[in-house]
Structures are given as structure tokens and as C-alpha cells.
Design a protein around this ligand. Structure first.
Ligand code: SIN
Length: 293
């Protein structure tokens, strides 16, 4: 654990949570102005641990947006319906319905392994989720370290994917999700145009650390360029199964007022879900990253 004075009365601590990834940030109040030195330490810790858990953050949506912007421009989710009123930069992730029975947020966000916005030309650098209301049971978020997934990939699979690209599509699973959850809005032509499929390298290089990572996911990656469909499906299946081996994972069990900031260039994540009758609500900001290479 390393420490540094964050203010005259508090000490910033970064405490690793798990062997594969994840660290807790203690002694920092994000409702207060963030000193440049503290920002630098957080940035470094984010690159080293890939998931940072800031405990007990009593921050407003505007403060979450301001902190997120320190890392880059924010991305606005295509489902405008689930923006936090007055704050388009925040996507409400929630299974709660309002008095008219309408969902207040994206209730089934993240129910397949994915990296946020990988279907965009510039996928997300990282995302922040701030807990607003947590269920008494379930609702965990799992993270998979895609650097480890690449490092430990068997040689014949490394060879099979080296230099190849795969297609990422927001639309691929949309109608299946909508059939299961009819509250999901029908997409307009403009929304469909906004999420046209893209090709990305299957093995990407982290733009800040230079580490290689697998960059495919069960949710958004639909096929490998240049391979027949059956071969593409079989190879993707092997990559997905390898990526989420238990030794690559960290499971985040949420505590009240946690704010979690993860690196979408290094990780995939999954919302484990909670019983339907329990309420869960979190505010998400998404920071734009680079074109993967
Ligand atoms: C997400 O995929 O951004 C949502 C994750 C969660 O709700 O745990």
C-alpha cells in the first residue's frame, strides 16, 4: 500500500484488492477540489490496477461529471431515454420503474460480458459507476483482466488471431434484448446510424502502458474479418471462454456510495444481476478513448 498526504487531515491510500486487478482508494473526498498530485496518483493507479473503488463518495452528478472529465471528453449513450434529467453525460443504470411503470434507467445494462462502447470507432477509455441505491442481495459487477487473457492465451490461439480484426455491433443483440425486455425503446433511424458496426483489432495495445490485451466480447463482437462464419464463431467462442477464466476475474460487491472507475481498454465487465423485486440504481459516466491499434 502507498500513501501520500491528500489534505491536512486525510491521507490518500491505494490498497490492492485482488491479485488479478482492482484497488481501493481511501482517504479521498471527490466532492472537494482534486489536487494535481492526487490526480496523478489516481491516474497511475488506474493504469496499474485497471479498476479503482472510491469508497463512501457523497458526490453530486455534477461532481461525478467534473471528475470524469479530468480523464477525457465524455460520451453520450445512444439510448437518450435513460439520461439523468439535466445531465446528458450520465446514463442511469437501474431496474426501477416510475409511478407510470416506465423504466427510469437501462435495467439490463451489462448482462453480457463487454467493454463499454466497443462498437464505436473510438471506444471508451473508462467508465465510472456511482452507487445510488443498492439491493440487499446480488447486483455485483464482475471484471475480467484482458491483459492477463492475452498473456496466458495458448500459442495456437495467439497465432490464430494475430493481426486479425473483428466486427463490433451494438445492434447485434439489441432485438433479442428487446424481445426479452419490451421496455427497451425501438431505435430510430438516427440512433441506428449512430451505432453503425466497426472493425477493431482483436489484440489491442494499451495507448498509455503499451500492454497488449484481447479486445473481443460476448456482447458486441460478432465475427472475425476474413474467416468463414463457422470458423469465426468457433474461434470467438474459445477467446470468450479463455477470457473469463476465474483467475482473470475480480467480483465487485458494492457498498453504499462506492464509485468504481474501470479501464475499458484493459477489461471486460458483466452485471451479475439481482432479483427483480429489489431496487438497484447507479449513475454511469463514460470517457472517450482512442481508436484501438
Ligand atoms: C454496465 O455495463 O455499465 C453496468 C454494470 C453494472 O450495472 O454492474
Amino acid at each position: 500500500m502507498s500513501t501520500l498526504a491528500a489534505s491536512p487531515t486525510r491521507t490518500l491510500q491505494i490498497r490492492p484488492l485482488h491479485a488479478a486487478l482492482g484497488a481501493e482508494v481511501l482517504g479521498l473526498d471527490l466532492s472537494q477540489p482534486l489536487a494535481d498530485d492526487d490526480f496523478r496518483r489516481i491516474h497511475r493507479a488506474h493504469l496499474d490496477h485497471h479498476v479503482l473503488v472510491f469508497r463512501d463518495q457523497r458526490i453530486t452528478p455534477a461532481q461525478q461529471i467534473e471528475f470524469s472529465r479530468r480523464f477525457g471528453p465524455l460520451q453520450i449513450h445512444v439510448l437518450r431515454q435513460f439520461q439523468l434529467p439535466g445531465h446528458p453525460e450520465i446514463l442511469v443504470v437501474s431496474n426501477i420503474k416510475d409511478d407510470q411503470g416506465q423504466p427510469i434507467g437501462l435495467g439490463d445494462a451489462g448482462h453480457y460480458w463487454h467493454s463499454d462502447l466497443s462498437y464505436k470507432e473510438k471506444p471508451s477509455l473508462g467508465s465510472m459507476l456511482h452507487a445510488q441505491e443498492l439491493p440487499a442481495e446480488g447486483g455485483d459487477t464482475l471484471f475480467a483482466n484482458m491483459h492477463l487473457a492475452w498473456d496466458t492465451l495458448p500459442a495456437h490461439l495467439k497465432q490464430a488471431v494475430q493481426g486479425k480484426r473483428a466486427k463490433h455491433s451494438y445492434l447485434a443483440k439489441y432485438e433479442a434484448l428487446r424481445a426479452r425486455n419490451p421496455w427497451r425503446p425501438k431505435l430510430t433511424e438516427a440512433q441506428i446510424a449512430e451505432v453503425a458496426p466497426v472493425l477493431h483489432p482483436i489484440v489491442r495495445t494499451h495507448p498509455e502502458t503499451g500492454r497488449k490485451a484481447l479486445f473481443v466480447s460476448e456482447h458486441f463482437t460478432t465475427r472475425i474479418e476474413g474467416l468463414p462464419d463457422d470458423e469465426s464463431q468457433a474461434l470467438l467462442g474459445e477467446l470468450f471462454a479463455h477470457s473469463v477464466k476465474p483467475e482473470h476475474l475480480y467480483r465487485h460487491v458494492w457498498q453504499a456510495h462506492d464509485m468504481v472507475f474501470w479501464d475499458n481498454r484493459s477489461l471486460m465487465h458483466l452485471a451479475a444481476g439481482c432479483p427483480d423485486h429489489l431496487r438497484r440504481r447507479l449513475n454511469r459516466t463514460t470517457i472517450e478513448g482512442d481508436v484501438p491499434f
